[in-house]
Design a protein around this ligand. Structure first.
Ligand code: C2E
Ligand code: CA
Ligand code: CA
Length: 575
C-alpha cells in the first residue's frame, strides 16, 4: 500500500516538474485570483513577464496595464466575474523599465474547495506577434496605396479611377463632369529637355489639377501624359471655373535650367447623370480628340455632333487608306522659276487626292487626318514613288530642273526608311526633300543627323520649308546645313506694303548667303512681288504668279512648250 502511494507521489511530482518545465519553456505565466477574498497569486514567470519580481501582488496588475487599454481590460475582467464565465483579453502593459509589451490573457472560472469563486489564468507575451502583424498590416497598406496611386504624381491611377467612377455610378441621381486632360507635345518636352523635366512637368500638372477640384472631386493620372478629373457637379459655371483655373495656372511659365517652359494641355469635357456613366469616358475622350484636332491648348465640351463628325471622319480615314492603296493620291506639280530669268528651274510635288465622289482634294482636306492616323509615311512614300516614275518619263525635259518632294520629319527618324530610300533609283542632283512640320531643329537626334548625312550622300538636296513661320532656329540651320531654304508665304505676301517685311526677307537672304544656302520664296502671287524679291536677292520664286499646282499631263505639256520656246529663242538669237 505504502509503495503504491509513494509511486503515485513520485509520478505526481514528475508530472508537476514536467508541467513547470513546459510552462517555463512556453514563457507562460500563471495567476490565480480568489474573487471573494480579492487575493491574487502570480507565479515567478508571470512576475518576470511584468518585470516586477518583488512587488506586492494585489497592486501590480491594473497599475501595469497601459492607460489606453485600462478601461476595456478592466471591463472584460469585471464582466467575467459578473457572468462567472471564462475570460479572454489582450492588452498592453508598461513595465517598470518603461518597456511596453503586449500580453494575451486567458482564464477559467471555478469554485475552490472552500466554496470561493476563483479564476485561474495564463498570460503570455505576444509583443513580437503583434508587432509583426502591425508591420505586415503597414506593408499591406503601403502596397495597397502603391497599387491605387500613381507613383510619380501621387494621384489615383487608372484602376482606382475606374473604381471611383463606378462608386459614383452606384449613387443615384448624381450628376458628374469628367475632364480628360492631355499634355500637349509631351513627347517633344521629354525629347528636348530630358525625362527628369518630363516627370517634373507631369507633377506640375497634377498639382494644378488637384487644386482645381474641390472636396468630393477625384484626380487621376490615367497613364503617360493623360490625366482625368471628376467633379460631382455639372453646372456650366462650375465647369468654366475649373477650366479657367487649369488654364490660368498653366499660363505661368516653369523654370527649366536657364530657360522657361510653358506647359499646355488639351482638355475634353463631358457631363452625365450617374445612370449614363458608361458614355462618360468615351464622350470626354471624343471631346479631347476634338480639342487636339482643333489645334490643342484648348478645351472642348462634348456635344452630339462630335459623334457624327467622328463617324464621317472614320469613313474618310478608310477612304484614305484605300485611296492610297488604289493610287488615288498622286502628285501635282507647281513650277519654281529663276528670279532673274523667270525660267523654270524646279518643281514642287504636292499631293492631291483624286477622290471618287468629291473631286480633286488638296492636302488641307486629308493631311491632318493622315497624320493623326499614322498614314503620312505611306503618303510620302506613294508621292515619292510617283515622282520618281514621272521623272523617269520626263527624262530630258527635266534638264536643269530639280524636283522637290515634301517629307514629314518623322521619316528622318526611321532607319528602315533610309534603307528603303537606298533601294530606289534616284538620279543624283535632281531631287530635293523639303522638311516640313514642326521639328526641333536645334535638338536633332543622332538618328536624324545621321539620316540627313546619308540622304545628302545619295545626291539628294535638303530644303527647309516655311522658314520664318517659327519652326526653324538659326542654331538648327547651322547644324543642319540645308542646301536651300524656302521663305514662308506669310512673310512674302506683305512685302509690297510693308517695309519691315521687306527688311525681314532681306535679312533672311543675308543669313542664307552667309551659310551658303539658296533662297526660294513661296506664295509669290504677283509679278510685283517677284520683282521686289529678285531685288532682295532671292534666287528662286514659286507661286500663283508663275502657275498653280498642275497635273503630270499639264506640266508635261508646259515643259515641252517651254523647251520648244527656248529652242526657238536660241535659234533666233543664233540667226
Ligand atoms: P507647302 O509645302 O508649304 O506647299 C505650298 C502650298 O502653298 C501648296 O498648298 C500650294 O498649292 C500653295 N501655294 C503655292 N503658291 C501659292 C500662292 O501663290 N499663294 C497661295 N496662297 N498659296 C500658294 P497645298 O498643295 O494645298 O499643300 C499644302 C501643304 O501640304 C504643303 O505646304 C505641304 O506642307 C503639305 N504637303 C503637300 N504635299 C505633301 C506630301 O506629299 N507629303 C507631305 N508630308 N506633305 C505634303
Ligand atoms: Ca513644301
Ligand atoms: Ca511651304
Amino acid at each position: 500500500m505504502k509503495t503504491k502511494r509513494s509511486r503515485t507521489n513520485v509520478e505526481l511530482e514528475n508530472l508537476l516538474r514536467q508541467l513547470g518545465l513546459a510552462l517555463e519553456a512556453s514563457g507562460i505565466g500563471i495567476w490565480q485570483h480568489n474573487i471573494a477574498k480579492n487575493q491574487t497569486r502570480w507565479d515567478e514567470q508571470l512576475k518576470a513577464i511584468y518585470g516586477v519580481p518583488k512587488a506586492p501582488l494585489d497592486v501590480i496588475w491594473l497599475e501595469s496595464v497601459h492607460p489606453d487599454d485600462l478601461a476595456p481590460t478592466n471591463e472584460i475582467f469585471l464582466r467575467a466575474i459578473e457572468t462567472k464565465s471564462d475570460y479572454a483579453s489582450e492588452f498592453r502593459i508598461t513595465r517598470p523599465d518603461g518597456a511596453i509589451r503586449y500580453l494575451r490573457s486567458r482564464a477559467r472560472y471555478f469554485v475552490d474547495a472552500a466554496g470561493d469563486p476563483c479564476f485561474v489564468g495564463a498570460e503570455w507575451d505576444v509583443t513580437d506577434d503583434v508587432l509583426l502583424n502591425k508591420e505586415l498590416e503597414r506593408s499591406r497598406e503601403e502596397a495597397r496605396l502603391a497599387a491605387d496611386h500613381d507613383h510619380l504624381t501621387g494621384l489615383l491611377n487608372r484602376r482606382s479611377f475606374d473604381f471611383a467612377l463606378s462608386e459614383f455610378a452606384r449613387k443615384e441621381s448624381v450628376n458628374v463632369t469628367l475632364f480628360h486632360i492631355d499634355v500637349d507635345h509631351f513627347k517633344e518636352i521629354n525629347d528636348r529637355f530630358g525625362h527628369a523635366v518630363g516627370d517634373f512637368v507631369l507633377c506640375h500638372v497634377s498639382k494644378i489639377l488637384l487644386k482645381a477640384i474641390s472636396a468630393g472631386g477625384v484626380a487621376a493620372r490615367l497613364g503617360g501624359d493623360e490625366f482625368a478629373i471628376l467633379i460631382p457637379e455639372d453646372e456650366s459655371a462650375r465647369i468654366s471655373a475649373v477650366l479657367d483655373h487649369i488654364q490660368e495656372s498653366l499660363g505661368s511659365p516653369i523654370p527649366v535650367g536657364d530657360q522657361t517652359l510653358i506647359v499646355r494641355c488639351s482638355i475634353g469635357v463631358a457631363s452625365a447623370a450617374s445612370a449614363d456613366f458608361a458614355k462618360l469616358l468615351s464622350h470626354s475622350d471624343l471631346a479631347l480628340y476634338h480639342a487636339k484636332r482643333n489645334g490643342r491648348n484648348r478645351a472642348e465640351v462634348f456635344c452630339d455632333e462630335m459623334a457624327s463628325a467622328l463617324a464621317n471622319e472614320r469613313q474618310l480615314v478608310q477612304d484614305l487608306r484605300s485611296g492610297l492603296a488604289l493610287g488615288q493620291i498622286r502628285p501635282f506639280y507647281q513650277v519654281q522659276v529663276d528670279a532673274k530669268t523667270f525660267r523654270i528651274n524646279g518643281v514642287e510635288a504636292l499631293a492631291r487626292w483624286h477622290h471618287p465622289t468629291r473631286g480633286i482634294l488638296a492636302p488641307a482636306h486629308f493631311l491632318s487626318l493622315a497624320s493623326s492616323n499614322g498614314l503620312v509615311a505611306e503618303l510620302d512614300d506613294v508621292i515619292l514613288k510617283a515622282v520618281l516614275s514621272d521623272m523617269e518619263s520626263w527624262a530630258s525635259l527635266l534638264a536643269g530642273i530639280r524636283v522637290s518632294v515634301n517629307l514629314s520629319a518623322d521619316r528622318l527618324d526611321d532607319p528602315e526608311w533610309i534603307s528603303k530610300l537606298a533601294s530606289f533609283d534616284i538620279p543624283p542632283g535632281r531631287l530635293s526633300f523639303e522638311l516640313i512640320e514642326t521639328i526641333f531643329l536645334d535638338s536633332l537626334s543622332d538618328q536624324v543627323r545621321e539620316n540627313i548625312q546619308t540622304i545628302k550622300s545619295f545626291g539628294i538636296d535638303i530644303e527647309i520649308d516655311d522658314l520664318g513661320s517659327g519652326h526653324a532656329s538659326l542654331l538648327g540651320l547651322l547644324e543642319l546645313r540645308p542646301d536651300r531654304v524656302k521663305i514662308d508665304r506669310q512673310l512674302v505676301m506683305p512685302i509690297l506694303q510693308s517695309v519691315p517685311s521687306r527688311r525681314l526677307v532681306s535679312s533672311l537672304v543675308d543669313i542664307a548667303r552667309a551659310l551658303d544656302m539658296e533662297v526660294i520664296a513661296e506664295g509669290v502671287e504677283t509679278l510685283d512681288h517677284a520683282r521686289v524679291l529678285a531685288d532682295l536677292g532671292v534666287h528662286t520664286l514659286q507661286g500663283y504668279a508663275f502657275g498653280r499646282p498642275q497635273s503630270y499631263a499639264d506640266l508635261t505639256a508646259r515643259l515641252e512648250r517651254e523647251a520648244l520656246e527656248f529652242q526657238q529663242a536660241g535659234a533666233i538669237s543664233a540667226c
